[in-house]
Ligand binder design. Structure first.
Ligand code: 4NP
Length: 190
């Protein structure tokens, strides 16, 4: 079995957008029988919420749509994360400049990309921060994470077809079995 691919999702506080992206991406991995093929985590560029569970509004929206994220704990990104992870997906352009600035020599810049580069409906390529807004902001962020996580998994499997060999034989390609927004039982386990 090949080494797991290491994926990190990053936002500002690590209590809304990136824990959701982590949870939805793990859900897609599990659905594809690929939970052991990738190590998935999330972090924030800021330290205000370190140790906290995700925002209760984000948890509620995610849970209602079949993805449990309440067990996660916020942490702050470190320079070691840039070494450790193979792909780092950031939620907005401020996150992008903050994460790039952790690596002044640019050794890892090729790993760091905007999450919404992979959104089939990309808009301005940023995931809007729902923290100071209303409930609809959390729904909107879930919609973005829902379709983008599936696309990222699909792209990673295209780049590295050997990963798919780790799935049980009867699995479908990610996203083939599920329309965006379909509810499903939570399978985000760890
Ligand atoms: P997140 O949202 O970056 O998606 O986790 C935020 C959470 C907290 C704050 C800002 C954004 N804050 O300022 O505390």
């Amino acid at each position: 079995m090949s080494m797991p691919v290491r994926i990190l999702f990053v936002c500002l506080g690590n209590i809304c957008r990136s824990p959701l992206a982590e949870g939805v991406f793990k859900d897609r991995l599990h659905a594809a029988g690929l939970s052991n093929a990738m190590d998935v985590d999330s972090a924030g560029t800021g330290s205000w919420h370190v140790g906290e569970a995700p925002d209760t509004r984000m948890q509620a929206t995610s849970r209602a749509r079949g993805v449990e994220i309440g067990h996660q704990k916020a942490r702050q990104i470190t320079c070691a994360d840039l070494e450790r992870f193979d792909h780092i997906f950031v939620m907005d352009k401020n996150n992008l400049s903050d994460v790039l600035s952790l690596d002044p020599d640019g050794l890892h810049h090729h790993k760091i990309r905007l999450f919404r580069e992979f959104d089939p409906e990309p808009g301005d390529y940023q995931v809007p921060d729902p923290y100071y807004g209303g409930e609809d902001g959390f729904e909107r962020v879930f919609d973005i994470a829902d379709r983008t996580a599936s696309m990222i998994l699909r792209r990673l499997l295209e780049e590295n077809p050997a990963l798919a060999d780790q799935a049980p034989g009867d699995d479908q390609a990610p996203g083939d079995d599920q329309a965006p927004g379909d509810d499903q039982a939570s399978r985000d386990t760890h």
